[in-house]
Design a protein around this ligand. Structure first.
Ligand SMILES: *[C@@H]1O[C@H](CO)[C@@H](O)[C@H](O)[C@H]1NC(C)=O
Ligand SMILES: *[C@@H]1O[C@H](CO)[C@@H](O)[C@H](O)[C@H]1NC(C)=O
Ligand SMILES: *[C@@H]1O[C@H](CO)[C@@H](O)[C@H](O)[C@H]1NC(C)=O
Ligand SMILES: *[C@@H]1O[C@H](CO)[C@@H](O)[C@H](O)[C@H]1NC(C)=O
Ligand SMILES: *[C@@H]1O[C@H](CO)[C@@H](O)[C@H](O)[C@H]1NC(C)=O
Ligand SMILES: *[C@@H]1O[C@H](CO)[C@@H](O)[C@H](O)[C@H]1NC(C)=O
Ligand SMILES: *[C@@H]1O[C@H](CO)[C@@H](O)[C@H](O)[C@H]1NC(C)=O
Ligand SMILES: *[C@@H]1O[C@H](CO)[C@@H](O)[C@H](O)[C@H]1NC(C)=O
Ligand SMILES: *[C@@H]1O[C@H](CO)[C@@H](O)[C@H](O)[C@H]1NC(C)=O
Length: 484
């Protein structure tokens, strides 16, 4: 009896001192690849900005990864949904995100992070990028990078989101390449694994391929300004559309020669509601996986622009929306084994050389002279940013969701709990972990075209919960002590 308990205690010690983690992901040719087992990685993800624009408030010390209880709740609901990645837009690098990053890591969920924010001087100015590209701006960018680069579940960074559009000046693409270069040089100078850095484009079709071509080509005189991946924010599949009526067939054709991973960095048109997400079957089928590496549904929480999967209620509870159930059903039909299959043709592709002939049809600068590092930034790259930054993910001990969650039918979902995955595992559809399963929903139809919502978002209320951590470990240890 005592021996048995000792064995359990030893097991517990193991469990709490080793950090279980997802495997790092790297870009090889046109695919994301799991560096540990060599399988292909495709994004099955959601945009995550709980609280909308008020969920990012540096003065109040709030951003989407600042409250561990909220992250735990959402990671559990996302595990259940079947996602393996989240995109987070606005982050405050002065906050410690270790708890939240560790929760998502334990859940088998990767994070893809924007380095910019809507606050003044925290993004490139599309009308005059030379004014905003300075050492102060880069310092903030490097701080975001520094505060996430030690987490194995950091999938990548976006150096820009929808900077290029009808109003951007011809020089903007060169500046995005400059920021991409600086982030990659910063990561390399710290001796960190090559974390992918890419761009998230607005679906402005006349500019789309020119943007891709400018960003993804290789330069003989420097290698780091080329983007590692290209995200497209696309809302062209609405309701029960089809591969052709949505124009997805055109995207697949246009990007068919890609030499870097392409994915939807936002998708999920809301012009027909509730959303049934029939595009999921196209995206994860062989109609598209030869070119696309999945995508991120916009977005996890319901905000005023009406793209949510769950509603955060004013009283601190959460209500699952029918869209969540619909999406979960669609995810459940994905052939996961096919998605993970390695493709040696795709992984050995190399970028074409940059040439001004690639820019036909655009009004981008006819040069690949990438702006030099601004004065003062050289020192930041060489010596790093001062400050206390996280050194990696840590073990998670509390797994119980403290918030009340209601199913679509209004009944409370009980027994919601984080499923801490084994080392090197990531979450997949069908690995549903906890809680009672509500019934699925209806199937309306219709088609139309949407526009990007990612620059609009406003406010909802955030919930509060119980702090956890050492108390839980203490309670467990005491339990074993008494048993001995
Ligand atoms: C990160 O992943 C690498 C490769 O699998 C592994 O060696 C390392 O221990 C991991 N780090 C953490 C903190 O889990
Ligand atoms: C933004 O940068 C400009 C130019 O460097 C500076 O004058 C201004 O004070 C900055 N604004 C904020 C809010 O930091
Ligand atoms: C660049 O070209 C696009 C598409 O042809 C056009 O809409 C936009 O007005 C042009 N922008 C500038 C700054 O000339
Ligand atoms: C892809 O490459 C092939 C072979 O070079 C070429 O014929 C085709 O036009 C290219 N497709 C696109 C969309 O660029
Ligand atoms: C393998 O990669 C090549 C090049 O990207 C692509 O054309 C082909 O469709 C892929 N094969 C599969 C089965 O996805
Ligand atoms: C919280 O608010 C939601 C939505 O208004 C409501 O359905 C639920 O009953 C409320 N729960 C409690 C405990 O007040
Ligand atoms: C690097 O090569 C590109 C393309 O040939 C050229 O436009 C650019 O001026 C070169 N940059 C430098 C610093 O020589
Ligand atoms: C998750 O699902 C995948 C694919 O269906 C399966 O191979 C794997 O064993 C599951 N993992 C867990 C922890 O249930
Ligand atoms: C998914 O959840 C349902 C309901 O909780 C359960 O019946 C089913 O066995 C679960 N499937 C897997 C693969 O865990």
């Amino acid at each position: 009896m005592a021996q048995f308990s000792l064995a359990l205690l030893a097991l517990l010690a193991c469990f709490t001192s080793y950090v279980l983690a997802v495997s790092p992901i790297e870009v090889r040719g046109a695919d994301f690849v799991n560096v540990v087992d060599g399988t292909r990685f495709q994004m099955i993800g959601v945009a995550y900005q709980p609280g909308g624009s008020s969920g990012f408030n540096p003065e109040a010390g709030i951003d989407p990864l600042s409250d561990a209880d909220v992250c735990l709740r959402d990671a559990v609901l996302m595990q259940r949904l079947g996602v393996n990645s989240v995109r987070i837009y606005n982050l405050n690098p002065d906050l410690d995100h270790t708890e939240c990053a560790s929760i998502f890591n334990a859940a088998g969920i990767y994070m893809i992070l924007d380095v910019n924010s809507p606050l003044p001087n925290q993004s490139l100015n599309r009308g005059a990028p030379w004014e905003s590209y300075n050492a102060d701006y880069l310092e903030r960018v490097f701080k975001v990078v520094e505060s996430f680069m030690h987490f194995n579940n950091t999938l990548g960074f976006f150096s820009g989101n929808e900077v290029i559009n009808e109003d951007s000046v011809p020089e903007v693409p060169a500046y995005i390449r400059a920021v991409t270069r600086d982030i990659k040089d910063y990561i390399a100078a710290r001796g960190i694994r090559p974390i992918p850095v890419g761009y998230s484009a607005a679906d402005v079709r006349p500019l789309l391929m020119g943007t891709y071509d400018y960003m993804a080509c290789g330069l003989a005189n420097e290698t780091t300004s080329k983007i590692d991946f290209f995200g497209l924010n696309s809302y062209s599949w609405c309701g029960d559309a089809s591969f052709t009526s949505s124009g997805y067939d055109v995207l697949v054709e246009d990007f068919s020669n890609t030499t870097i991973p392409i994915f939807f960095s936002e998708y999920g048109c809301n012009q027909v509601q509730p959303r049934t997400f029939t595009e999921v079957q196209a995206l994860y089928s062989d109609q598209m996986t030869g070119v696309f590496s999945g995508g991120l549904i916009y977005e996890y929480t319901q905000e005023p622009n009406d793209y949510g999967l769950v509603t955060l209620n004013d009283n601190g509870t959460v209500s699952i929306m029918i869209d969540y159930d619909n999406l979960r059903q669609q995810y459940d039909e994905i052939d996961v084994a096919a998605l993970e299959r390695a493709n040696s043709t795709a992984t050995s592709l190399t970028a074409p050389d940059c040439a001004t002939s690639l820019l036909a049809g655009t009004n981008f600068t006819r040069t690949f002279a990438i702006p030099a590092l601004p004065s003062g930034a050289d020192d930041l790259i060489r010596n790093g940013i001062d400050g206390n930054f996280p050194t990696g993910t840590k073990s998670i001990t509390n797994t119980n969701v403290g918030h009340t969650v209601y199913a679509v039918n209004g009944q409370e979902i009980t027994g919601l709990e984080l499923n801490i995955l084994a080392n090197d595992q990531s979450n997949l559809p069908g690995n549903n972990t906890s809680g009672s399963t509500p019934e699925g929903g209806s199937s309306p139809s219709g088609t139309s075209t949407g526009s990007s919502p990612s620059s609009t978002a406003n406010a909802a209320v955030k919930a509060d919960g119980i702090k956890f951590g050492s108390v839980m470990v203490g309670a467990l240890s005491l339990g074993f002590y008494l048993q001995l």
